[in-house]
Design a protein around this ligand. Structure first.
Ligand SMILES: NC(=O)c1ccc[n+]([C@@H]2O[C@H](COP(=O)([O-])OP(=O)(O)OC[C@H]3O[C@@H](n4cnc5c(N)ncnc54)[C@H](OP(=O)(O)O)[C@@H]3O)[C@@H](O)[C@H]2O)c1
Length: 335
C-alpha cells in the first residue's frame, strides 16, 4: 500500500507505568483555521497511513467529529481500540469536574477509555474561544498548589476507575513541579509542552527525563499557521533557520521533517499537525528512516533562541505584570 508505514516500525517509548507510546503522533488542534471536519478527515487518513498516537483536547472543539472517525475505523476493522494511543485534556473551566469532562471526551471520542489524560493548563483560568490577546477574565487567579493537587487527585481517581490509563500534565514549570510532585500518589507519565529547535527548554526537559516523566513536544514545527493571538513580530521561524535548511537540503526533505527527526532523536515525542496527507504521511515516515548525524544533532542543539510562541497572555490574572509571570522564569512561582 502506498503512503503506509507499518506501525510496528515506528519506535515506541516506555512510560513510567509500563505503557508503550509511539514516538510520534498527530496533533488535532485546528488553530482556529481548520474546521472540525477537516481535522477529523485528516485523522481518518492518518490512521490509514499508520498513525497510532493522537493528541486531542476537549477545548479543540472537534472531539465528536474525531470520535466518528475512530468508530468508523474500529467498525471497518482498520484498527482495534487497543492499537491506538489516545490522549486528551481537561480544559481549564472543568478543573472542579474532571470526571465529567473525561466521560464527555470518552463519549465524544467513542473510545471506551483514554490512554493518557492531561491537565491542559496548571490553573483554572478560562478565556472565551477566539478572544483577543488582551482579554482578561476577572475570575482568573495565580497558580495554587492546593487547587492543582485537587484537580490531579480527581485524575488519580479516574485511573482507579479505569477511565484513563495514565495522567499527564501540560504547560508546567520546574517551580510548579517542585511544589506538587511530592504530593501526588500517581506520578505523571508525561508532560506536554512547547518544544521546537528555537525553543528547546533544556532545563525542564532534563528535569522531567531525570524523573522518568516523558516529554511530549507541541508545536514541533514551530506552528507556522498558529492562531493570530500567538503571533508576535519578534518570533523566529524555525523552518527558516539556515542550519535547518542546510540539513534539510542534505537529506532532500522539507525543514519540517528535520525538526521532527531532531525531536525524536533527542527523546521527546512530537505531535505535528497537518491536514495534508503528503505532510502528515511524511511526518510519520521520517522517524523510520535516514536519521540525523551526531554533527547535525549538535548543530540543531545550538539553535535555541528561547523563542516561546504560546505566551499564554489570555490566562493572566488581574495584577499580573505580563505573560512572563505565567512561566516562573526566576525560579519561584509567581503569585
Ligand atoms: N498542550 C497544549 O497546550 C498545546 C498547545 C498547542 C498545541 N498543542 C498540540 O500540538 C499540536 C501541534 O501543534 P501545531 O499544530 O500548532 O504546530 P506544528 O505541528 O508545529 O505546525 C503545524 C503546521 O506545520 C505545517 N506542517 C506540518 N507538517 C509539515 C510538513 N511535513 N512539511 C511542511 N509543513 C508541515 C502544517 O502546514 P500545512 O497545513 O501546510 O500542512 C501545519 O500548519 C496541536 O495540533 C495540538 O494537538 C498542544
Amino acid at each position: 500500500m502506498s503512503n503506509y508505514v507499518e506501525p510496528g516500525l515506528v519506535p515506541k517509548k516506555k512510560l513510567n507505568n509500563g505503557l508503550e507510546m509511539p514516538c510520534v503522533g498527530m496533533g488535532t488542534f485546528g488553530s482556529d483555521r481548520f474546521t472540525p471536519d477537516e481535522v477529523s478527515a485528516a485523522v481518518a487518513g492518518a490512521i490509514r497511513c499508520g498513525y497510532r498516537l493522537f493528541d486531542c483536547a476537549a477545548c479543540y472543539g472537534n472531539e465528536d467529529q474525531i470520535g466518528k472517525v475512530f468508530k468508523a475505523a474500529f467498525d471497518e476493522g482498520v484498527v482495534e481500540r487497543k492499537e491506538l494511543f489516545i490522549m486528551t485534556k481537561v480544559w481549564n473551566d472543568m478543573h472542579r469536574e474532571v470526571e465529567k469532562s473525561c466521560r464527555k471526551s470518552i463519549e465524544d471520542l467513542q473510545c471506551d477509555y483514554i490512554d493518557l489524560f492531561y491537565i491542559h493548563w496548571p490553573f483554572p483560568n478560562y478565556h472565551a474561544p477566539h478572544c483577543s490577546v488582551d482579554a482578561r477574565n476577572p475570575d482568573s487567579r495565580p497558580f495554587s498548589v492546593d487547587e492543582f493537587v485537587d484537580t490531579y487527585r480527581q485524575c488519580e481517581e479516574l485511573v482507579e476507575k479505569g477511565l484513563i490509563k495514565a495522567i499527564g500534565i501540560s504547560n508546567m514549570t520546574i517551580p510548579k513541579l517542585e511544589a506538587v510532585l511530592p504530593l501526588l500518589k500517581i506520578k505523571p507519565a508525561a508532560c506536554e509542552f512547547e518544544l521546537h529547535p528555537c525553543f528547546q527548554q533544556q532545563e525542564i526537559f532534563d528535569y522531567l527525563t531525570e524523573r522518568e516523566i516523558q516529554p511530549v513536544g507541541y508545536m514541533p514545527i514551530g506552528s507556522p499557521k498558529r492562531p493570530e493571538r500567538d503571533i508576535c513580530p519578534e518570533d523566529i521561524s524555525d523552518m527558516e533557520m539556515p542550519e535547518i535548511q542546510a540539513i534539510a537540503k542534505a537529506h532532500g526533505v522539507h525543514p519540517a521533517i528535520i525538526s521532527l527527526k531532531w525531536a525524536v532523536q533527542r527523546g521527546q515525542i512530537p505531535i505535528p499537525f497537518s491536514i495534508h496527507e503528503k505532510n502528515y504521511f511524511g511526518n510519520l515516515k521520517c522517524v523510520t528512516e535516514d536519521p540525523l548525524t551526531k554533527e547535525e544533532m549538535e548543530s540543531i542543539a545550538t539553535l535555541d533562541r528561547n523563542n516561546r510562541l504560546v505566551k499564554g497572555q489570555v490566562f493572566l490574572w488581574e495584577g499580573a505584570k505580563d505573560w512572563h509571570d505565567l512561566w516562573d522564569e526566576d525560579g519561584v512561582i509567581v503569585k
